[in-house]
Design a protein. Structure first.
Length: 90
């Protein structure tokens, strides 16, 4: 009777050892993933803070008006030419 108990105890110890190794390996993987995710979070947080600062700076600037050098204002439109050809109306 003592022999089977010793054998059972040895098997349980071996099973426990394998479970411990497996758990340790999983913990290591999770720690590595946590580290990578933490770095990504810090980078994203810095980028968001930079964008927030830029947005704040832009919102505090005085507006320069709606002046756009590419498009003339209504008062700056050239008068229609008298030499323009217009299509004949039917």
């Amino acid at each position: 009777m003592v022999r089977p108990l010793q054998l059972q105890l040895a098997e349980e110890r071996q099973r426990y050892s394998k479970l411990q190794q497996s758990s340790d390996s999983e913990l290591d993987t999770l720690r590595q993933q946590h580290h990578v995710l933490q770095q990504q979070l810090e980078l994203t947080t810095r980028k968001l803070e930079n964008l927030t600062d830029i947005e704040r700076q832009l919102s505090t600037r005085k507006p320069a008006g709606n002046f756009s050098p590419d498009t003339p204002h209504e008062s700056e439109k050239p008068a229609p030419s008298t030499h323009e050809v217009t299509p004949d109306e039917p």
